[in-house]
Design a protein around this ligand. Structure first.
Ligand code: HEC
Length: 442
């Protein structure tokens, strides 16, 4: 049997060579991160395929089928949660893997190609998470796709083409969903499998980097010790993924509502640092944040093996590169933390990229949703219980309006109007709307 397999396929020798690959002695726990990312990718394929058995990529059906997976299927909620958290786990593992490679100088000659393929892998993973977000057709996914497409379309020259190609129409609709679905489940993962295979082939071709003062004659085979290290770390990470998925579950969001300009999603944490920069860039210079910065970053990362050409991998002799890397790393972490901790960055994020964002318009929608007209008149419509608000913007200051809405009892102890439960940002929007109510001068 074994002979037959070997004779017809040669697989026995190949796997033997794979397992007996000699590794330098500096290889240790730090070299397990790539394998962890790979294992998480396999887990994503398993949970993703399970969901594909029930998911229907059509705007009318997508949300319902995801809801069915979440609530109607035994274990469906867990599978979806594993897939959702798995994405964050995978990006974290890749991020640490990249830091390790950077610190140990593992991108240096002759491993430039391994590094470039690794960068491509990271980019594709980001693309997979971005396209995956839209699939449930919920509020977050819908608005994240809109903002993302807006950013893509602001790229000079090719922007409109990018937009047309991924949007497939005037707005985020059936064709957009079909395209995101195809990218998410087929094109990008297919490409990823090829690139990962190539990455591992290149890794094996050049072997892991050795330390500066290492005796390269001493080696140990991949099997059993390093393989055991890989498996131990993978098991721990997968247990962590199970734990967080069981405790937190997958996020449940209201279905996408294209007319709802007041609801604006918060980007996933791994896109947060870029959004922070985007938010802080004034309108005229948006192209700096949407195109120039990502372009420069890409060039810096891709060019790293040619900029840091010294043969040595010793920390002490690569001070400049390590300093530059630390600055980039600290900015990414800093901007991410700043964005994640912001009280309610949602509206601001879309305001940052959506030139049509108008707080008064959002406020008007809130006025309707909160049933203010049950008691108040604006124009001819509305109830009689509270005062007529038709020209409220003439008499009252924004500060007073805001304080009144927050706590009417502060002004009139027996006020009949209930204090508002809105978030700070939403109060601003509601006040912005009230201020537009003025006597028309014409
Ligand atoms: C249950 C009925 C009711 C609802 C609903 C209601 N209000 Fe009022 N509102 C009142 C009454 C009554 C007053 C007059 C003061 C009082 O007795 O509370 C008032 C007063 C006001 C005032 C005037 C304050 C002043 O000092 O002149 C504003 C502005 C206002 N409401 C805005 C709103 C907005 C915005 C909403 C929707 C979020 C809303 N109200 C919902 C009953 C209501």
């Amino acid at each position: 049997m074994k002979d037959w397999l070997e004779n017809r396929t040669g697989l026995v020798t190949v796997s033997k060579e794979f397992l007996e690959e000699p590794l330098p002695q500096s290889v240790g726990w730090k070299n397990t991160l790539g394998a962890v990312a790979g294992a998480l990718f396999l887990a994503q394929i398993v949970t993703g395929v399970l969901m594909m058995l029930f998911y229907v990529p059509h705007p009318e059906a997508a949300y319902e089928t995801v809801e069915y997976i979440e609530q109607g299927l035994l274990g469906g909620g867990l599978v979806r949660a594993l897939h959702y958290w798995g994405a964050s786990f995978m990006i974290t593992a890749l991020f640490f893997h990249m830091i390790r490679v950077f610190l140990w100088g593992a991108y240096k000659k002759p491993r430039e190609a391994t590094w470039l393929v690794g960068l491509a892998i990271f980019g594709i993973v980001l693309g997979i998470t971005f396209t995956g977000q839209l699939l449930p057709m919920n509020q977050t996914g819908f608005w994240a796709a809109k903002v993302g497409i807006e950013i893509g379309s602001s790229v000079p020259l090719i922007g409109p083409l990018i937009k047309q190609m991924i949007l497939g129409g005037e707005t985020v609709g059936a064709l957009t969903l079909t395209r995101f679905y195809t990218l998410h489940v087929l094109l990008l993962p297919g490409l990823l499998v090829l690139l990962i295979t190539f990455h591992i082939y290149l890794l094996r071709r050049h072997g892991p980097v050795t330390g500066p003062n290492e005796d390269t004659t001493k080696t140990e085979p991949f099997y059993p010790f390093h393989m055991a290290r890989d498996l131990i770390v993978i098991t721990i990470v997968l247990l962590g993924l199970f734990g967080i998925s069981l405790i937190k579950g997958g996020p449940i969001e209201p279905p996408a509502d294209p007319s709802d300009t007041a609801y604006v999603p918060r980007p996933e944490w791994y896109f947060m640092s870029h959004f922070e920069v985007l938010r802080m860039t004034p309108g005229k210079f948006k192209v700096l944040a949407t195109t120039v910065l990502p372009g420069v970053m890409l060039l810096l990362f891709a060019g790293l093996p040619w900029m840091d050409r010294a043969k040595t991998t010793a920390f002490g002799r690569r001070k400049l590169v390590l300093l530059a890397g630390t600055i980039v790393f600290a900015s990414i972490v800093g901007f991410t933390a700043k964005g994640v901790m912001r009280e309610d960055p949602r509206a601001e994020h879309v305001a940052a990229v959506d030139p049509d964002y108008d707080p008064a318009k959002a406020g008007r929608r809130l006025y309707r949703d909160q049933d203010c007209q049950q008691c108040h008149k604006t124009g001819r419509r509305g109830g009689e219980i509270g005062p007529d608000l038709s020209n409220i913007g003439d008499d009252l200051s924004p500060k007073y309006l805001r304080d009144w809405l927050t706590n009417p009892k502060k002004f009139r102890p027996n006020a009949k109007m209930a204090p508002s439960q809105l978030k700070s940002k939403e109060l601003d929007e509601l006040v912005a709307y009230l201020l537009t109510l003025k006597v028309k001068k014409d």
